[in-house]
Design a protein around this ligand. Structure first.
Ligand code: GRF
Length: 193
């Protein structure tokens, strides 16, 4: 069985979607553990509730974070590392160590509305300000630059004239919960002929 490690800083609804997909067999793999930089993140609570090992590594400095992260990954030996609402930059040495094994979900149709500073509501507000007719979410490989690694798959939602950043975020989040587990399944489920 292939192993996943998830990194999350926030409420962890995407992490929950991964947990659910593992539990209902859509993702045929094992969650080796959750890494968070915030001990009070909702994601940490979800891991605890589901008996998933958790490692909290505060981002006091890039060096400190990188050293601890490297150690934990060496122990858990993931086949795939999933950033599910992880708000810190992954140190370059880790990216080099795990080529094509780190994926991230971003709440826009990349390459639009990605990069440093585009996170949370700022993404959705920018989409609304630009008058876009559609937005969505994208899963991509993580490289040394924010949100610019190769795109794996994206999913689109309509933008309505009545939308606020909150209503658009909620519509996209629902799509994220489908897209992320299905991309994970694509990478880690055993191939059948
Ligand atoms: C999601 O919108 C994701 O695209 C972004 O951060 C948010 C995390 O939400 N990277 P949650 O913690 O999974 O609820």
């Amino acid at each position: 069985m292939k192993k996943l490690v998830v990194l999350a800083s926030g409420s962890g609804s995407n992490f929950q979607a991964i947990i659910d997909a593992v539990q209902n067999g859509k993702v045929k793999g094992e969650i080796a553990g959750l890494i968070s930089n915030k001990k009070d993140a909702g994601a940490v609570q979800r891991a605890t509730d589901n008996d998933i090992p958790v490692q909290v590594i505060p981002y006091t400095s890039e060096n400190f974070f990188s050293g601890k992260l490297q150690k934990q990954l060496a122990e858990w030996k993931p086949d795939l590392i999933v950033l599910a609402g992880f708000l810190r930059k992954i140190p370059d040495d880790i990216i080099k160590q795990y080529p094509d094994k780190i994926i991230n979900i971003h709440p826009s149709l990349l390459p639009k509305y990605g990069g440093k500073g585009f996170y949370g509501k700022k993404v959705h507000q920018a989409v609304l300000n630009a008058g876009e007719a559609a937005s969505g979410c994208t899963v991509h490989f993580v490289n040394e630059e924010y949100d610019s690694g190769d795109i794996i798959r994206s999913a689109e939602v309509p933008v309505y004239p009545s939308d606020t950043a909150d209503t658009l975020a909620a519509r996209i989040l629902e799509k994220e919960h489908q897209l992320l587990p299905s991309v994970i399944a694509h990478f880690i489920n055993p191939k059948t002929n």
